[in-house]
Design a protein around this ligand. Structure first.
Ligand SMILES: Nc1ncnc2c1ncn2[C@@H]1O[C@H](COP(=O)(O)OP(=O)(O)OP(=O)(O)O)[C@@H](O)[C@H]1O
Ligand SMILES: [Mg+2]
Length: 197
């Protein structure tokens, strides 16, 4: 399964989602490959820091430019590898190439109006690739979260039942091997169920 993680807005949790999903995939018995398509290189930096401190990350991270991303789409990996493509926030060409290479797109967003506005513009440009919106960095049990979910459903957009909460230990996870997955394993199960139809 190839999953692009995309949102044209910055700082919504794309890189965090890629790495946590990679860990979740490994926990489910798969291998995991993170394609770092963001010139900022955050996913690569995350993995490099793990290598320098915690030891050996059990996911692989590969930095890819536009050309390499397009090549990857032509020769995908085997079924035992789950691939997560970390997209940059503001490069439509790269986002398009990632979306084209992917079976499905996760669009992470915080449940605030200003963040949600960018979900609409992101999903308008996904072509035929299906997407699922992931509410993340959310305070559970709030009206804001209920309203965000309702707005997405009203717009006919698929949304994960699982919500990733706002957690200090997720914020502090950069450069470490995530242990507690805060629902990302449920997100993976939902994603696989959705793709199985
Ligand atoms: N569920 C969460 N709870 C708390 N902090 C979070 C959560 N998810 C992400 N963060 C934090 O939010 C910030 C932005 O996350 P991240 O870097 O994953 O976003 P991004 O969309 O990849 O950003 P960019 O567009 O710059 O690539 C980081 O400091 C990260 O640790
Ligand atoms: Mg990022």
């Amino acid at each position: 399964m190839i999953t692009a993680v995309a949102n044209t807005k910055g700082g919504v949790g794309k890189t965090t989602t890629c790495i946590f999903m990679a860990r979740a995939a490994i926990d489910s018995g798969q291998q995991a490959l993170v394609l770092d398509a963001d010139p900022q290189g955050s996913a690569s930096a995350w993995t490099d820091i793990v290598r320098g401190t915690d030891g050996q990350p059990d996911w692989e991270t590969r930095s890819v430019n536009l050309h390499q991303l397009r090549q990857f789409a032509k020769s995908p990996t085997g079924d035992d590898v789950d691939v997560f493509i970390d997209c940059p926030p503001g490069n439509p060409e790269i986002i398009n190439a990632a979306v084209k290479a992917a079976d499905v797109v996760i669009v992470p967003t915080q449940p605030t109006t200003i963040d949600m506005d960018r979900v609409w513009t992101t999903v308008e440009n996904l072509g035929d690739t299906p997407c699922v919106v992931l509410l993340t960095g959310a305070r559970l049990g709030t009206k804001l979260l209920d309203e965000a979910r309702e707005a997405l459903r009203d717009a006919g957009l698929p949304v994960f039942t699982t919500v990733v909460p706002l957690r200090e230990d997720i914020r502090a996870a950069f450069g470490t091997v995530p242990t507690k997955l805060h629902g990302y394993n449920d997100v993976l199960n939902e994603l696989k169920d959705a793709l199985r139809g």
